[in-house]
Ligand binder design. Sequence first.
Ligand code: CP3
Length: 358
Amino acid sequence: MNHLLTFTGPRTSPPPPMTSRQRFLDACHCLPTDRPPIWMMRQAGRCLPEYRALKQSYSFLELVRTPELACEVTLQPIRRFGFDAAILFSDILVVPEAMGQGYHFRETGGIAMDFALNDADAIRRLEPSAIEDRLDYVSKALALIRPQLGGQTALLGFAGSPWTLANFMLEGGSSKHPSRALELLREAPATFRLLFEKLTLAITRFLDQQIAAGVDAVQIFDSHGGLLPPELFGEGSGRWMREIIAGLQKKVPVIVFSKGTRSWKPLLELGASVISLDPKLHLSEIRRIFPGHVGIQGNLAPELLLHLSPDELRAATRDLLERMRGRPGYLFNLGHGVPPAAPLENIGSVVDTVRRFQ
Ligand code: CP3
């Protein structure tokens, strides 16, 4: 008799469910997963009552610069919603600050840099070489966060793209219609290059620092990419992100979020593992166009969290999931950040729908 048929030991137990971290990393590498991983841009922040409670005692910059507090805020959305990835609580503007151009909040809303970069001398004075020291608090926060996630949840680091940071730095803060970076690109290419070489170096070193501190992946926020006319996207933003990604030498997956970039072709040339899309692009179309080795992240319109009921959100979420069914390398996310006024039960119904998807 075949001895295999007489085996009477315990039935082998089913494989343990995938951890969130493994699901996230496999999706970044375009490997099949049990379901798409989910996290949300701006998941840590004003939408959470526990964040607003901390803001009663500490300013935003205190939360960012104090490792224990940054750790706490990073973990808040994980505890509440069980996202598959935690994103470091920080801000893209810590990089200009560490180069010598600080920032603060305007009383009227928005962000003000302490001064604007008005001439080439101001750009020459920026100092990328002290980045690691000045951003040591980020390494310390990551060292606190990593063990708390216990290998179960992925940890994501991030930075702004050179183009996006340069817009804040040249305008002197948030601006409704930023124009000076584009002007510099068109009218003073040598000065533009001076600034962008410094930013590229600083951002590469900052992301490398986060990788050394244990992040599983990094995201580059090119939130102002859509300000560039398509024919200038490569020169104004793409080539610098490509240089940063090459500099990171594939140590971890890199996600690029380019907001408002209507032509997706240049995004495929950056060397990114995953492209995060804003809500205007149709995932079914992108799925047909993107090669199988590039991951796709996105792209539920954030304002739906404000305007739809939990049931309607379930349907909208399922619609995206169905469009991407069977496509390895899909990460569920919004098309931009969670609106601060998003009701918690709406966020919860999106998360729940993705987690139940089979
Ligand atoms: O995603 C996360 O949860 C992680 C933390 C994170 C923040 N900012 C926290 C934050 C991340 C990844 C960012 C990125 C960021 N910061 C971007 C790129 C992404 C995007 O949204 O386009 C940009 C452009 C910034 C610069 C910045 N920081 C702006 C324009 C503002 C808003 C200013 C305003 O008046 O509301 C911030 C502040 C900020 N960054 C907050 C948070 C939670 C709100 C701070 C508060 O009021 O408590």
